[in-house]
Design a protein around this ligand. Sequence first.
Ligand code: HAM
Length: 421
Amino acid sequence: MKIQSIRGVKDILPDEIWKWQYIESVAHNIFPRYGFREIRLPIFEDTRLFSRSIGEATDIVEKEMYTFNDRGGDSITLRPEGTASVVRAYVQHKMCNPPSVLKMFYIGPMFRYERPQAGRLRQFNQIGVEAMGSPSPIVDVEVMTMLMEFFRELGLNNIKLEINSLGSQECRPRYRELLKAEIEKSLDQLCSNCKARYQRNPLRVLDCKVEQCGKVAVGLPKIIDHLDAASAEHFSEVRSLLDSASTPYSVNASLVRGLDYYNRTAFEVTSKNLGAQNAICGGGRYDTLVEELDGPSTPCFGFALGLERLVSLVPFNDMKNLQKYPDVFIVCLGEETKTTGFQIAHELRLKGFWVERDYEMGSMKSQMRKANKSQSRFSLILGENEIRSGKFVLKHMETGEQIECPVEELATEIAKLSADS
Ligand code: HAM
């Protein structure tokens, strides 16, 4: 039996990788303008890191973590998200440096044992950012506008930024009790999952995707109507700063997020073009997590976006200037061309061109077939006559146009013709 990849896990093949690299390059270009620098974190951590930070009563911790005992008997978990690891690193390396805000981003795979479906994988990739050290609503809005600028640069349209406030320790316990009491009045109409979890995590009933729960949720009290004064002020500042940046958004009072560490601003970016799993990005403020993980009081704000979902949305066909295929395919005809072909390929590569060739040096017909298949922009034909005369035939594969070119002018000619076409 041939071994296949695990269910819910995908290879990213060379024909696709340029899309990923392009998106990552845009992140590397835009995020540092806002002061974010990259951090590379381990793929696995002590299990307690995630149960303590994400919350014992969340889907992720209850049923989605890849947890195992290693050979030394320690409980290890493949990271289901990046925020907990960033906070762990922040505390471990004593990175706090008030009064400046520490800003970091990360790119990499996350693991959740979810039911695989379109847009939902068991190993998926995220780009995440975390700004650590300020409670200011300016941070919330700077990070959200940076994200929207990133999406704009990638040519995304039809996306929606939705925000909510989840209040604070001051107002949430009271609100939770009120919510539970209201939920109890319609308990028989809820799905079995919500019935089982509403005592421990009543907020999740608000964003349950099951239709009957959605109907109940409409009538339930919303947290933005029960905010303490400081949280209400924070939310109002976030809204007016978003307005001042002309960033379109809407308030979704049912948005609660699936991780427990949030307070105040929470947000999601969704796309109609994604189907059922329509969230490209989620994030928000988490002001108490660093302390809960034994660090100094450090208010934070961050987000993570799903790269598989993003790759499926970016209009790559409109991006003509991205290099997907080789510049030149060298066709070598006859033994005598072996060394010259090798040298020309080497020289062109040193000058920055992507050069392919046929190592078997088959017939002209078979090499031209390979050149076509490689989708190279040009083919360069090297026969014994060409070597003797020092002039080579450069063929534009799409137009069929051919020009004769001395060896020393090849690089300039290819660059010139590429710029013209
Ligand atoms: P999250 O909402 O759990 O947040 O995940 C963020 C994004 O990751 C989602 O919007 C989605 O695009 C993608 N994603 C999540 N699960 C899957 C999956 N099974 N398959 C494919 N894509 C998926 C977090 O992870 C938080 N750490 C975000 C954050 C950072 N909050 C503050 N800082």
